[in-house]
Structure formats: structure tokens, C-alpha cells
Design a protein around this ligand. Structure first.
Ligand code: NAP
Length: 280
């Protein structure tokens, strides 16, 4: 790093130029999410990782998690290597004890949580609803629908009275226009629209906003699996109005906005990030 030799009251010292001397803490205190804590599920890859990076770049301490320890360690090391304030733990959102560990990890930082971003979601099979076993029904609904609500219940006492608390759920455009091949996954993502509206009403008296994003086709490993089914891929692709696939950063900008004071009077909304409107 470039340094200057200069006189101070302690005698000659090497100092870094002013622009570099602004310490991380001084710089981060001017950021919009300074002193905020964000918990993100499914955040070691794809959309969740992009959201974690964005909120941390804007000053939040972020707590990331996913099922595999290697993925958590790698993502934490990468984000910390970028100078961001990040901790992480293993958490399969469908397991109560893992969710409890996630809450404990989050509280280690600041005794409270401002933002919960529930990104983790699964689609273990590309198959019609009628071709889906009860076991797969349970898995999809447990991870995609029940887990965000149960995690929020565990975090709620630590989100109340934080002044600026916000929950973001992740649905999909298939919630509006189901793709037959995605079967129960469509249904789980439609249920998230209902969960968003219900929680928004329930938590408004506590000044906690609940909103949702509905991604279209976003380039991640998740869609790679779906795209192995040509029919599913083509149906999704035909819907796109803006002729490109989305990238995780298309979602993270929206999540940042929804968490921010600019969205202070927005709750119960779902916004598509899809290059088209599923309502038209
Ligand atoms: P991705 O790149 O495959 O990332 C998924 C992340 O979730 C990984 O970090 C994964 O890590 C973690 N994860 C998976 N199952 C989990 C579980 N049970 N508990 C905790 N973490 C879990 O996927 P993505 O595209 O970012 O998708 C994330 C969300 O966006 C999903 O809810 C999906 O439905 C939604 N979505 C995606 C698209 C798209 O086009 N990509 C479109 C609409 C909606 P581990 O393997 O270590 O657990």
C-alpha cells in the first residue's frame, strides 16, 4: 500500500493517504445498513450469496448458512476476504435444531436481527403434481413453505423493536404461471405469496415488513438442474420479455431496496424479477 512519511506530534511517522485512512468502521457507519444484522438462508451460492454480499457491502453484518459445511466455510472465507462482516453456520432450514443454531449464531453478533431473507428452496424432482410421491410433497412444502415461517417464529423475539425490521421471502414467477413439469414446486411458490400477505398483516403491528421477490430465470446452479428438462427450459424462456437470463445481482438489488428505509411503507408485496410482468 502507498504510504507517506510525515511529521505528527509523535515525531515522524509513516501514514497512509487520507483516502486510505478512512477506517472500515468509519466508512461502514455511513452505509445504509450500518449496525444492522441480516440473516439469509440458502446463502452460500446463487441468489442468496448475491443478496448476502450486497447487504454486507451496504454495511450490514450478514449471517449466512446452507446445508453443507464446506459450502458455508468457503462462502464465509470468500466474503470475509472481500472485507465484509460475515459469519455463518450449517443450517438445513427444514431441521428445527439447525434453525436454532442459526438464531444463536446471529445473536452472537449484536443481540438482535433486522433482516431475514429466506432464499433456501428445493425442487428435488422435475415432475407433474400427479407424479409426485407423498414424501416429495412433504419435503418441498417443508423446506419451501413451512421452514421460512418457523425460522421467522424463532427469530421474531429478536426482530421486534429493532426499528427497521424486514422479512424477504423468495417465490417464483411459476407462482403466477405454473409450469406443469415443475408440479408441486409451483404450488409451494404460490403458497409463499399467501405466506407473504398473511405475515405482512400479522406483523404490521410490530412494525415488521414482509415482502417477497418472484424471480424468473436466474443463472444459478438451481436452474441448471431444471434446464436439463428441455420442455421446462423452453416454456420458461418463451415467457421472457427482456431477452436475457437474469443474474443473481438482479435479485440482490431488489432485496436491498426492500430492506431499506426507501421501502419503509411497502409491505405484503411480491415483485417479479423476471424481465417481464407475470400480471400482464
Ligand atoms: P442455488 O444457486 O442452487 O443456491 C441454493 C442455495 O441454497 C445453496 O447455497 C444451497 O447450499 C442452499 N440450500 C439448498 N437447500 C437448502 C436447505 N434445505 N437449507 C438451507 N440451505 C439450502 O439456487 P438459487 O437459484 O440461488 O435459488 C435459490 C432460491 O431461488 C430458491 O428458493 C428457488 O426456488 C428460488 N428461485 C430461483 C430461480 C432461478 O432461476 N434460479 C427462479 C425462481 C425462484 P447447500 O447445498 O450447501 O445447502
Amino acid at each position: 500500500m502507498f504510504k507517506l512519511l510525515t511529521w505528527t506530534w509523535r515525531g515522524f511517522q509513516t501514514i497512509t493517504p487520507l483516502s486510505r485512512r478512512i477506517t472500515r468502521s468509519a466508512a461502514s457507519s455511513t452505509l445504509k445498513f450500518a449496525n444492522k444484522v441480516a440473516v439469509l438462508t440458502g446463502s452460500t451460492n446463487g441468489i442468496g450469496l448475491a443478496c448476502a454480499r450486497r447487504l454486507a457491502q451496504e454495511g450490514a453484518h450478514v449471517v449466512i448458512c446452507s446445508r453443507k459445511k464446506d459450502n458455508v466455510d468457503k462462502a464465509v472465507a470468500m466474503l470475509q476476504g472481500e472485507g465484509l462482516s460475515v459469519t455463518g453456520t450449517v443450517c438445513h432450514v427444514g431441521k428445527a435444531e439447525d434453525r436454532e443454531r442459526l438464531v444463536t449464531t446471529a445473536l452472537e453478533h449484536n443481540k438482535g436481527v433486522n433482516f431475514l431473507v429466506c432464499v433456501a428452496g428445493v425442487n428435488p424432482l422435475v415432475r407433474s403434481t400427479m407424479g409426485t410421491s407423498e414424501q416429495i410433497w412433504d419435503k418441498i412444502l417443508e423446506v419451501n413453505v413451512k421452514a421460512p415461517a418457523l425460522l421467522l417464529k424463532q427469530l421474531l423475539p429478536h426482530m421486534e423493536n429493532r426499528g427497521q425490521s424486514s422479512v424477504i421471502l423468495v417465490s417464483s414467477v411459476v407462482a403466477y404461471n405454473p409450469t406443469v413439469e415443475l408440479g408441486v414446486y409451483n404450488i409451494s411458490k404460490t403458497a409463499i405469496l399467501g405466506l407473504t400477505k398473511t405475515l405482512a398483516k400479522e406483523l404490521a403491528p410490530k412494525n415488521i415488513r414482509v415482502n417477497c421477490i418472484a424471480p424468473g430465470l436466474i443463472q444459478t446452479d438451481f436452474i441448471k438442474k431444471i434446464s436439463e428438462e428441455p420442455a421446462a427450459w423452453n416454456i420458461i424462456k418463451e415467457r421472457e420479455a427482456i431477452q436475457r437470463e437474469g443474474v443473481p445481482e438482479d435479485c440482490s438489488g431488489l432485496v436491498s431496496f426492500l430492506c431499506s428505509p426507501d421501502a419503509a411503507y411497502i409491505s405484503g408485496e411480491t415483485i417479479a424479477v423476471a424481465g417481464f410482468s407475470p400480471h400482464l
